[in-house]
Design a protein around this ligand. Sequence first.
Ligand SMILES: [Cu+2]
Length: 68
Amino acid sequence: MEKIEMDIEGMHCGACATGIQMLVSQMDGVKLAFVDLNTKKGTFEFDPAKVTKDQIIKEIEGLGYKAK
Ligand SMILES: [Cu+2]
C-alpha cells in the first residue's frame, strides 16, 4: 500500500470534498480516501499494483478540480 497526500484546488464547500472522496474511494485499488476542505489536501491510500497516482489525479480533474 502506498499513501500520498496532494493539494486540491477549486473546492468551495463540504460537498466538493465529499464528492471527491466518494469518487476516489470507489476506484479499484484505492483503500482509503480522505479530503479536507479546510487544508485543501487529500490523503489517499492505494495499491500501486492496481492504480496509479496519475489515475487518481485524472479522476479528480475529471470532476473539475486541480490536483497535484
Ligand atoms: Cu462545493
